[in-house]
Design a protein around this ligand. Sequence first.
Ligand code: URA
Ligand code: URA
Length: 269
Amino acid sequence: MNNPKDLIEKAEKFLQQQSEIYGEFSVDFKKQADQGSDKVIDTSSSDNENQKVKEPLSKYSTGSETDLVENTPKLSMSEKIAACSSLDELRALCEEAEELKTDLEGTNLVFGVGNPNADLMIVGEAPGFNEDKQGEPFVGKAGRLLDQIMDAIDFQRDEIYIANILKHRPPNNRDPKPEERERSLPFLLRQIELIDPKIILCVGRVSATTLLNKETSLSKIRQKSHSFHGRELMATYHPAALLRNPKWKRPTWEDVQKLRKRYDELGGK
Ligand code: URA
Ligand code: URA
């Protein structure tokens, strides 16, 4: 019964039933399958009937039990990311994503934490030992300092949202490699869209240069607000850097006061 022909017939029957339920649509399933397309089936018409069939179709092509044949149209990872309509769905996708792993084995996903509707989102670099163990960002020493810094500008941890560029710990806490950052970025960008913050604070150079997509020093990025996909982005020193170099505490204090001011001006709640 696992013969591809039977499976294609089953699939066609399924689509036929869908079209009976949802109305006619113009997908030539055979053609899609023959081409081995990895695109979402797009009916290339925007009327309501066609909109309605999109849902069962995309469910059909992602669900493992409905993964009927090898050449069934499959969603690419970027399409799967785009299809996530909630943080829970995105987290589930991240749990499975090999793309997010580093070369340290057996690490836990550190997805992000906080208010899913936050107007302020903080983006760090990568989980460390404690974060990996607990599956939560910024829970170690640097995390406690971050909490204090936020408290000083009247933000509690549960009012904001905190995530990292990487969602898995790198070995020996080494800097995330460019290719690791690149693989992780589409997931983080979707996470940002779903949270929809008014302002993003990058802590540390890795976070700021990755999101702004330019290799430069932190000192050139901090102290101003940058435009980022229709939002604003600011940057300051990483709390771990402050633990090593207390001389950066004062400029950090200046940065976060600017951040608070800008947040209030933007109507952050
Ligand atoms: N440093 C980071 O950049 N992120 C964490 O979650 C912890 C430490
Ligand atoms: N250099 C960095 O890379 N990060 C900091 O936070 C400070 C200096």
